[in-house]
Write a protein that binds this ligand. Sequence first.
Ligand code: FMN
Ligand code: SF4
Length: 434
Amino acid sequence: MSSDAIFQPLRFRSLEVKNRIFRSNIAGRLDDYDGGGSQVRINWELKFARGGVGAIVSSWTGVDERGKIVPGFASIETDERIPFWRELGRRVHEHDCRYIVQLAHAGRQRDVPAVTFGTGLSSTSKPDALHGFEAERATRADLEAIKRSFASAARRAREASLDGIEIHGANGYLFTQFLSSAINDREDEYGGPLENRARLLLETVEAVRSEIGRDFHLQVKISTTEHANAFLPWLGTGNTIEDSVQVCRWLEQAGVDAIHVSTGSTFPHPENPAGEFSLEDMVRTYDVMLSSGKSTFRNYLLFRLWPVNRVMKARWERDPTQVPGRLLPDARAVKAAVGIPVIVTGGFQQASLIAAALERGDCDAVSIARGLVANNDLVELFRAGHDLPPKPCTYCNKCLYNVLEHPIGCYDERRFPSRQAMVEQVMSVYEPAA
Ligand SMILES: Cc1cc2nc3c(=O)[nH]c(=O)nc-3n(C[C@H](O)[C@H](O)[C@H](O)COP(=O)(O)O)c2cc1C
Ligand code: SF4
């Protein structure tokens, strides 16, 4: 199959992207403890801009101090941050690549809370079921402040001459905690039926639009199927694709320009990123989170304890051969319900799979994280006629398990001629030095 469909430009309402490959969000502790951006992040993003992606959707970018997920991720919560984002956008633009910043609030799902705030705000006061991250139920005043934080962050993105924003409504963070029927236990107008659970997200879109106007690109990433009981069977299933299709219709009516389809009521989640579960890597790196949640020490012991750890691995792991295009059915359902473009993530690194999905009209673009971590130049490889890269991503998920403790990069030694070569690839993000 020809890969022509991949190289067609994509026109959104106020943005044009040169091809159909988006670098998906990939967080990494590349920046200053206080959220100041670094040269290392610029080096990281340039790897993908040079490699030919049409647009980069940034990693998790905090809109306020309390909503931060981990210290050491560049944030956009004050005007002092604008020059960093402007410089990052300028460097990415030199490669004819667009830059969309993902605006995010962790809610209770904070892997490593900073020294500033001990407890996250959420739809509920219950800790999360997996790690036991503690939560404080957000008041009306808190929710008003959160909406203002998103609106101000969007204005900063615009002032920094970036190309658009993505509201992170997926993967278990604040907006999922409100959207989810498995998490949200409120009895006010932000809990209960779907329209109430969607209220915070829709009001945030409205607040953002009033701040930045209609002509700045705004997309929303959403977990279209939550699979909230995928690992812990006693939880409810959470939102279904039918619930999320309705939310996407409302988002379109509220003035959103595109939907980015994701999955999972938490991050990580057995379905996201789907693939292997390396017990060895978990035991080696989970210690970073030991003091973060009420259940993290218990989990750490369970990860070490045979045969419980084997049961955990079996419940979490997904066969890597089943990973490619796993969310296409959800993308197709959303696409059938809305008129705005749909971007879908999850298991893309094969040109023929992507081209077929585009040609069938399942989606308008795909977003790629691990496939591009493994092969930064994946798009150039497609252009040169490769269907799959010579050394594809194995979906081993070692990049993910290393992300809180080590620099972001590919950690599958099998893909490199030696361990030294792998380490050099990981450390290359520090070149040029700050
Ligand atoms: C190391 C790592 C970090 C990630 N960070 C983010 C993030 O900051 N925000 C987000 O929405 N998704 C994040 N994701 C999810 C990816 O953007 C992507 O949606 C998911 O990995 C599935 O796509 P893939 O199969 O191409 O990896 C991350 C994934 C990985 C592996
Ligand atoms: S470590 Fe490398 S091969 Fe494994 S999932 Fe990450 S990018 Fe892919």
